[in-house]
Design a protein around this ligand. Structure first.
Ligand code: ADP
Ligand code: MG
Ligand code: MG
Length: 876
């Protein structure tokens, strides 16, 4: 027996999703439940994979199985393919394992040709219906299978309607539809140089191949990448007997949800259209009726439909999205699936299903997509305003939320405008650390360059500020303070812009925004998640404000506090610059002395905001020249301030230049060359902890994190400086407090020698941004330029900076965990890269046994849910 590639609906069930696709598996399940589903069969996803293996052909053994299934289906319908007296018609529908919008459109009424259309007329005594079906089929088949542009058919259809003074498609009579059909066929002939295919078997095989082909169309590839769908899943094809909603006014077609998909309200919600077929309802060709109206027009059908909906919801134990057709007063079910819903509805439904006793709390948690929670944490545009607005450009949806404000082109201008009480959109070619203040002052950020992990994107996500990055349609002149989009519209300083950070859309007008509502359901779900999860969730926060936001979202501590951001502040950067350009230790110590009280103050603020929860402080990390002025005017000003000559300072700045700053004099290398920096930072950390303990009673246990260690001796050296300093400080203050010293694992060598490093480290935190960058050997600031080609050529399926590369980088993480534990069994383990907020990466972190993930404040709720899901999945 050859391998089975084709399954009758009666042979499948809902658990066979991987093989039959979502649509096929659910058609089978409904068939088994005894619901009225038109007969049919599914060509499996394995057949799709085979199709690609066989150089885009369908193997003879599969053709044979299709023929056999078709014969059974024909028999059950009592009709035959191509039989002029009693023609059999089918739909050919794609259906992958996960629902994938953008895959191939369905073809209806397949099997019609010049002969069978006459047969169908006689059989139904309804010529109008027969030709309505034929014109639909010719258009769908030509468009979807043969790639003749749909618009060309629409043009003809509109023309026929117009010349017959008809507004609606239903007003056309049989003669007029015949006219449409012959013009469609002429169009096909002209476009393809051959007649429209008449043989139903050829039509069917061509349609099946087209479904397989559609698995690899560019839309599908992009969608898969965005939704973590592997390309080797393939799609299934469903071939199903047609039922007709377009036979007259006792017929119709519709879609409905068992609960309201935008609010979650428990009430049948949907629409239908009489005398219509397929997508007519959603295509907006006529105004549909609400499902409630069916109650009065066809009470019996309504009753049956409502009962079916209830049965399906009980069976699947989730809100269902259903498609149905009414043929001459008889109900047929054509599809059911777990319905897509807004985040708010998802929470409502999950909580309701638990209280209705239909599912357990754990099942409820599994039903919510953690990523969708994002929408509940940021402002949104008022839906009405958004609907009528037209985007002037589109960039990368770098940081979600909605923002509306006036355009300003420099950080300084943004700060000043915000100071005047204006709402600001900061428009930059790209942002750099000097823009931080301006970014804080803005409602939203728009950049022309950079990817999803560019400076603007990462910082904006951290702040929870809306950001559209890498908008290549925008030509920005920072000097002239103007902005021009590819569409031709241009804007100047002070003009209104609105940004949608969730879609990447840019609007050239002021759109009203609404603050995010965190409802009671949200808290309930979070509480359930916390009861289940074992992985802790911390946050990356550099300021007391970020720390407060994160604590409100449930952060259990700070996993990464970057100290350098504190020095970019206008009032502080002079002291920082002074420290950097100092020529000897004494003057460096003098400058550090000025920074000490500022750092101590920052740390106290953060400790207090976290209320005694653990705080990991990372010592100075970036290349020093990032702090230095680059413009001549700024250098002159600084030189004057410091009593240096311009040339002298310029020389220093030039000396600090590095060819590869990310691989340069940074991280722990700074503390190795200038131990006094680590001394000052240790002093600030410990003094702040002592004072906070005394002032608040919080039992602060600071965790000092040394970045960029690649060699155990580096850490040993810096740790000595830390320990010596801490000892001195505690003696001075006459108190002893506990503290930890650990390191980031972000250089591949650190992962490889983690056992050696663990001898000196009380904790590891995986800095997976740098670790990914160094493992792959490409810069995360530039990778955007070529990654697109990698996706297109299927070398990469997802962005390794957004989703942890478990195969390579993950292997290093695993290795470091094992080596670290072999030396220090109770070593604390966490992750603080961008991946700490990505659900699939969080599952990985849970599984390799990390103690916590740390992510930006606005990702904390997402991480809490994802951590719970990882725990639940592990139990199964
Ligand atoms: P999608 O995945 O885009 O919803 P479907 O395969 O569900 O595509 O089909 C598109 C439309 O055609 C739906 O309205 C569906 O109900 C209708 N349809 C599909 N198969 C049949 C059939 N055998 N008889 C009548 N209508 C059908
Ligand atoms: Mg459908
Ligand atoms: Mg790093």
């Amino acid at each position: 027996m050859s391998h089975k590639y084709v399954y009758l609906f009666s042979e499948g069930n809902a658990d066979m999703r991987a093989l039959l696709g979502g649509k096929g598996a659910n058609l089978a399940e409904m068939t088994n439940l005894g619901l009225p589903v038109p007969f049919g069969f599914t060509v499996s996803t394995e057949a799709c994979t085979r199709y690609y293996q066989d150089k885009q052909t369908i193997a003879p053994e599969i053709v044979e199985q299709i023929e056999a299934a078709l014969a059974i289906t024909e028999k059950s319908a009592g009709k035959k393919f191509g039989d002029p007296a009693n023609p059999f018609l089918v739909s050919v529908r794609s259906g992958a394992r996960a629902s994938m919008p953008g895959m191939m459109d369905t073809i209806l009424n397949l099997g019609l040709n010049d002969e069978t259309v006459v047969g169908l007329t006689k059989l139904t005594n309804n010529e109008r219906f027969a030709f309505d079906s034929y014109r639909r089929f010719i258009q769908m088949f030509s468009d979807v299978v043969m790639e003749v542009e749909k618009a060309k058919f629409d043009e003809i259809f509109e023309d026929v309607k117009h010349s017959n003074n008809c507004k609606l498609d239903t007003e056309l009579n049989a003669e007029q539809l015949k006219d449409v059909v012959s013009r469609y066929k002429a169009l096909y002939r002209k476009e393809k140089g051959s007649e429209f295919p008449q043989d139903p078997r050829v039509q069917m095989m061509e349609a099946i191949k087209a479904v397989f082909r559609s698995w690899d169309n560019p839309r599908a590839i992009v969608y898969r990448r965005k939704n973590d769908i592997p390309s080797d899943w393939g799609t299934a094809v469903n071939v199903q007997s047609m039922v007709f909603g377009n036979m007259g006014n006792d017929c119709g077609t519709g879609v409905a949800f068992t609960r309201n998909p935008s609010t979650g309200e428990k009430k049948l919600y949907g629409e239908f259209l009489m005398n219509a077929q397929g997508e007519d309802v959603v295509a907006g060709i006529r105004t549909p009726s609400t499902i409630d109206e069916l109650k009065s027009t066809q009470p019996e059908v309504y009753r049956q439909f409502a009962a079916t909906a209830e049965k399906l919801e009980q069976h699947y134990r989730d809100m269902q999205d259903m498609e149905f057709t009414i043929e001459r007063g008889r109900l047929f079910m054509l599809q059911t699936r777990n319905g897509k819903r807004t985040a708010a509805a998802a929470l409502q439904i999950a909580v309701d299903l638990v209280s209705e006793g239909m599912i357990s709390k754990e099942e409820a948690l599994m039903k919510i997509d953690p990523r969708s929670l994002d929408a509940l944490l940021h402002p949104t545009f008022e839906p009405k305003a958004l609907k009528s607005a037209k985007a002037v450009a589109c960039g990368l949806p770098a940081s979600p939320g909605a923002a509306c404000g006036r355009a300003y082109f420099t950080a300084q201008d943004a700060i000043e405008a915000a100071g005047r009480g204006e709402k600001v959109i900061l428009v930059r070619l790209e942002t750099s650390p000097e823009d931080i203040e301006g970014m804080y002052s803005s409602e939203g950020i728009l950049t022309a360059r950079g990817g999803m992990t560019s400076h603007a994107a990462v910082v904006a996500r951290g702040m929870g500020t809306c950001c559209v990055a890498g908008c290549s349609e925008a030509a920005i002149s920072e000097r002239d303070k103007t902005l021009k989009f590819a569409c031709g519209k241009s804007y100047k300083e002070g003009d209104w812009l609105s940004l949608d950070g969730s879609t990447g859309n840019v609007y050239g007008e002021a759109l009203p925004t609404a603050e995010a509502q965190v409802s009671g359901n949200f808290a309930t779900i979070m509480q359930w998640a916390d009861e289940v999860r074992t992985l802790h969730v911390r946050t990356n926060a550099d300021t007391p404000h970020d720390a407060e936001v994160a604590a409100k979202f449930g952060a259990e501590g700070i996993g990464l506090c970057r100290t350098e951001h504190m020095f970019f502040d206008e009032s502080r950067i002079p002291a920082m610059r002074e420290m950097i350009v100092s020529k000897d230790e004494a003057s460096r110590r003098r400058a550090l002395g000025k920074l000490l009280p500022m750092q101590r103050g920052d740390f106290k603020g953060i400790y207090k905001a976290m209320g005694g929860r653990p705080v990991t402080i990372r010592f100075l990390d970036p290349p020093l020249h990032e702090f230095l002025p680059t413009e001549e005017a700024d250098i002159r000003a600084l030189a004057q301030e410091m009593g240096l000559t311009y040339e002298d300072l310029l020389h220093t700045v030039e000396n600090l230049h590095e060819f590869n700053p990310m691989l340069g004099h940074r991280g722990c290398r700074l503390a190795v060359t200038y131990p006094e920096i680590a001394e000052m930072q240790t002093r600030a950390v410990i003094e702040a902890a002592i004072e906070t303990r005394q002032e608040t009673g919080f039992e602060v246990v600071p965790e000092i994190m040394i970045p960029l260690v690649g060699e155990a001796k580096e850490l040993e050296f810096v740790k000595n400086v830390v320990d010596e300093t801490a000892k001195t400080v505690m003696q001075e203050r006459g108190v002893e407090i506990p503290y930890l010293v650990g390191t980031m694992i972000e250089v591949p060598r650190a992962a490889l020698t983690a056992d050696k490093i663990a001898e000196h480290a009380q904790f590891f935190s995986f800095g997976t941004n740098d670790l990914s960058q160094m493992t792959f050997g490409f810069s995360r600031d530039d990778a955007g330029k070529f990654l697109d080609e990698y996706y297109k050529k299927k070398i990469f399926e997802s962005d390794p900076f957004a989703r942890l590369d478990q195969e390579g980088v993950g292997k290093l993480v695993k290795m470091a965990v094992e080596l670290g534990k072999s030396v220090r069994p109770n070593i604390k383990l966490g992750i603080c890269g961008e991946h700490g907020g990505d659900p699939s990466s969080i599952e990985f972190c849970h599984n390799v046994g990390l103690n916590y993930v740390s992510c930006s404040p606005f990702r904390v709720p997402i991480a809490r849910l994802a951590a719970a899901q990882a725990k639940i999945a592990e139990k199964k």
